[in-house]
Write a protein that binds this ligand. Structure first.
Ligand code: NAD
Ligand code: ZN
Length: 368
């Protein structure tokens, strides 16, 4: 049986199911939380051919009807308004009604796009996440953030729309490209740093997860989701400025700037930018005297052991420090125009700060 983690959001609470073989049993697992036995499936053109047949059979076994299967091109470019429009037209054209659930089968791109479509179609349809990347299993499928990108920035149009259930089938990770698996692991390491004991586990077993060992992956997904579920339950809509969901931004002030500068062309994946961001956040914490001087090298060593970039020099090309600083100054998570960072004292002891002098960040990025 799968492991079940509750996301405690009162009458909108739901479970994250983690384990192998869940797609083949999907109908029995999701049937109890659906208002009606009919769904539309949204996937991408890479994931669909591999995993849709198993999901289809799993739903059929529990007499759940599939009104439509809609595949978008793989990649970040599909998180876009015209794609959303096409998806909504296809869903409504297929005879979706208010009791039809939208099932997202894929990575974070499919989850964010299909979730947003579910949030706005007929003012809200029930939604099911079936994440197939490590990043989606440990991060994007839990928490209810959905959306698409605008020219002005990533995820700038969206909605909170919590799923009814999340099926994290760890078997699906076996077909994920190794680079995508490593990139997703950056979020596991982030959760480890936020949580404490999970960081110790990462140092001991993380490299096995990245190598695709099933027991290590299952543990990584389960414990990551446990941390994320607790944070989301305490601060569903990121209303807390200091704690709560804001802490999930560890490594992301730097990471988002690097990603944006790289231009979302696939040269630097989100998780790779986050790897560097985690290394920089540790280095910044040490410079500001919040943790020991040895701490950054320990974080960097672990990420490197897992095949992730952890320093600017590990990235495939150089970046302008001024351009990165400019991006960070405009980060949508800033308040009152000041850059916000999540800093660390020790694993399990992180905090947000908007008191970081820009010159210190500049010196860090220039590696002075
Ligand atoms: P993705 O969805 O683009 O998937 C990565 C690639 O792997 C794609 O080419 C996809 O086709 C392929 N793929 C997926 N599953 C596969 C499988 N099992 N086997 C083989 N190939 C497979 O990327 P991602 O890293 O999963 O997600 C990134 C997105 O998630 C970004 O848009 C980011 O903004 C979003 N995100 C959202 C949240 C949130 O809270 N909603 C959190 C973090 C990230
Ligand atoms: Zn992230």
């Amino acid at each position: 049986p799968p492991r079940r983690l509750p996301v405690g959001l009162g009458d909108r609470g739901y479970e994250v199911l983690v384990g192998p073989g869940l797609l083949a049993r999907a109908g029995g697992l999701i049937g109890p939380v659906l208002p009606a036995r009919r769904v539309v499936i949204v996937t991408d053109e890479s994931v669909g051919p591999i995993h849709l047949p198993t999901l289809r059979a799993g739903l059929a076994a529990a007499d759940i009807a599939i009104l439509a299967e809609i595949a978008v091109p793989p990649g970040e470019a599909s998180k876009d308004f015209s794609r959303l429009h096409g998806l909504l037209e296809a869903m409504l054209g297929a005879g979706v009604d208010r009791r039809t659930a939208v099932v997202a089968l894929g990575g974070g791109v499919v989850g964010d796009l299909a979730g947003f479509a579910a949030a706005v179609a007929m003012r809200g349809l029930p939604f099911v996440q079936v994440p197939t990347t490590l990043l989606a299993q440990v991060d994007s499928s839990v928490g209810g953030k959905t959306g698409v990108n605008l020219k002005a920035g990533k995820n700038l149009a969206g909605a909170f729309h919590q799923p009814r259930i999340v099926l994290a089938d760890t078997d699906t990770l076996a077909t994920l490209p190794a680079r995508e698996l490593r990139a997703g692991y950056a979020e596991v390491a982030k959760h480890g740093l936020l949580q404490g004991p999970l960081w110790e586990w990462c140092e001991a077993h993380g490299a096995r997860a990245v190598a695709g060992e099933a027991d290590a992956l299952t543990h990584a997904v389960l414990e990551s989701c446990r941390l994320k579920a607790a944070v989301v339950a305490a601060d569903e809509r990121e209303e807390s400025a200091e704690g709560g969901r804001a802490l999930l931004n560890l490594g992301h002030t730097f990471g988002h700037a690097i990603e944006a500068e790289a231009g979302f062309d696939g040269s630097v994946l989100h998780g790779e930018a986050v790897g560097v961001g985690l290394g920089l956040a540790a280095a910044l914490s040490a410079r500001l005297g919040h943790c020991s001087q040895e701490w950054p090298s320990r974080v960097i060593a672990h990420l490197a052991a897992c095949g992730l970039p952890a320093r600017m020099a590990d990235l495939p090309r150089g970046f302008s420090v001024d351009a990165l600083l400019g991006r960070m100054a405009k980060d949508k998570k800033n308040r009152d125009g000041r850059m916000r960072f999540v800093l660390m004292r020790a694993p399990g002891d992180c905090f947000t700060s908007s008191e970081v002098p820009a010159e210190e960040v500049a010196r860090l990025l220039r590696d002075e």
